[in-house]
Design a protein around this ligand. Structure first.
Ligand SMILES: *Cc1c(COP(=O)(O)O)cnc(C)c1O
Length: 504
């Protein structure tokens, strides 16, 4: 192991060090902490020639800085495979100007499942497949298990399909996901992937998966009989975080190209946030030298982050709201732990204490000086259900631009938060409006009460004169490949049965 390689350790202790490859393979540290490196920001990304670079070139540069034990050739192959024809826009994450304002929307939804998780989940499997050769203990195949409430499972399936050395099973709660979401998953192609409905709700499925990870009889037999280890594709994985840093630089490059800014000018980003992954990537970009003035956290009514950034107390003990922006319905924003680590000067003992408090009491409070420091960079706001719908309508009326309910949280916050008019702002758009066609149609005052989701898509398309992504509209006529439905208690056996489905 080269000593000049950035090593990773847990946010909660520094006793065990590992390489980026090992961190990606493990996902989460043994003590429950998140993998971080203390080198972050020591080496900066030289942005002098950013405007001349393609998305893929920027990705290669940023990944090399953050994952130094991958070779240039390995990363080149990963980038080539992750950001290719499966994207419906060759710019990967194009920037859209709102009217003639200095406000822009960064469209992160042109990947194979029409939502922003594709940016990371097209890359993670590629990175994962290169973590294999390093040592004999890591010479095994990786089987990814996920429980999904709808969207992440599909994005992960699309990413892992036919990636060498990997296989994947996604469990989802029977009858608890939308028809579009279910069809998106059950029609997934790839010899190494499977989708299975389980009888129960999302938490049951999630618990079932967690129990499999700690079922040593099963994991031992997978290792011995199938040469396979289990892993997950959580948003806390370093391999999901790092690819998201890229589009902050790509957005800056685009603003340079358009001559909205000149080199070194500051930009503000507004980010619809749930697990704090997407916005954390913006913080990493800033630490790598990107001129970021503010990062604005936009929440829905599950506004635990808003309260935290205002008061310094994180309190998950509160009612849980099912909102029209479901991918942000989260009360424990796992990736926040990484930001806290850097903001409290890498004090692993403090982080461990805070996380103990969270587990034991459901809340923690950070020191005042840390809060003050966080607040110089992070702004915050949130939108309730009516405000989300109103934002979709307003954005359409004002700029003839259709946004989805998650993006709408950010749009609402941008319209209401004070800001310096001379600083350009970029709103990160996390999903195609056609992934949430009913809410969008209703917000635009269309009569869709009697229509199914596909006809809601048609109604939105007709009124706004925008194209429905074929991948979504064509689902209506597709036949599911996967129709298995099992009980929670059958999950371990199901995993054992399908463990040989590894892609070569
Ligand atoms: C996952 C998701 C988010 C939240 O992203 P985090 O990284 O969890 O903050 C926002 N919008 C959509 C559509 C998502 O799928």
């Amino acid at each position: 192991m080269a000593t000049d390689t950035a090593l990773f350790h847990s946010t909660r202790s520094t006793t065990r060090m590992c390489t980026a490859k090992q961190a990606i393979r493990k996902g989460i540290a043994e003590d429950g902490g998140l993998f971080v490196t203390d080198c972050l920001g020591e080496e900066r990304y030289d942005i002098t020639h950013l405007a001349e670079k393609s998305y893929q070139e920027i990705a290669q540069d940023v990944l090399q800085l953050l994952l130094p034990d991958f070779s240039t050739e390995e990363l080149a192959q990963c980038v080539e495979r992750a950001y290719a024809e499966q994207w419906s826009d060759e710019r990967i994450t194009p920037l859209h100007q709102l009217g003639s304002t200095k406000d822009f929307v960064l469209e992160l939804f042109h990947g194979p499942t029409c939502a922003f998780k594709d940016v990371a989940l097209q890359m993670l499997p590629q990175l994962m497949s290169h973590t294999r050769e390093e040592s004999s203990a890591d010479g095994r195949n990786v089987m990814i298990l996920t429980a999904t409430s709808g969207d992440t499972g599909k994005a992960a399936l699309a990413g892992f399909a036919d990636v060498p050395g990997t296989s994947m099973i996604t469990f989802y709660p029977e009858g608890k996901v939308s028809r579009v979401q279910e069809l998106q998953m059950t029609t997934q192609v790839g010899e190494n992937v499977r989708v299975c409905a389980v009888r129960g709700n999302f938490d049951d499925a999630q618990t079932g998966v967690k129990q499999i990870f700690t079922n040593s009889e099963l994991t031992d037999s997978l290792m011995n009989d199938e040469n396979t280890v289990l892993s997950s594709a959580n948003s806390i994985n370093v391999g999901r975080l790092v690819p998201q840093v890229v589009y902050y630089f790509a957005a800056y490059a685009d603003l340079l190209k358009r001559q909205v800014i000149t080199l070194g000018d500051e930009v503000e980003f507004c980010v619809p946030t749930g697990n704090f992954g997407d916005i954390l990537a913006g913080y990493y970009a800033k630490m790598l030298g990107l001129p970021v003035k503010h990062l604005v956290v936009a929440s829905n009514s599950n506004n635990v982050l808003f309260d935290f950034l205002v008061s310094g107390t994180y309190n998950r003990q509160r009612p849980f709201h099912h909102t029209v922006a479901p991918s942000m319905d989260i009360l424990v924003s796992s990736n926040l732990e990484r930001m806290l680590y850097y903001m409290c000067n890498k004090d692993t003992r403090l982080i461990q204490m805070l996380m103990n408090d969270l587990q034991q009491w459901g809340a923690f409070e950070i020191p005042e000086d840390v809060l003050a420091k966080i607040r110089t960079l992070f702004g915050c706001g949130w939108a309730n259900e009516d405000q989300i719908r109103q934002a979709i309508a307003d954005c359409w009326k004002q700029y003839q631009y259709v946004i989805d309910p998650h993006t709408a949280c950010g749009y609402f916050v941008m319209q209401h938060i004070p800001h310096d008019e001379s600083v350009p702002r970029v709103l990160l758009s996390t999903a195609s409006p056609y992934k949430f066609p009913r809410v969008v149609a209703e917000a635009l005052s269309l009569e869709v009460e009697d229509l199914d989701d596909f006809h809601c898509m048609d109604a939105v398309s007709k009124v706004t004169n925008t194209k429905i992504p074929a991948m979504l509209r064509n689902l209506e006529n597709k036949t599911p490949r996967f129709t298995d439905v099992i009980g929670i208690e059958e999950m371990p056996e199901y995993v054992r049965e399908h463990a040989h489905n590894i892609a070569l």
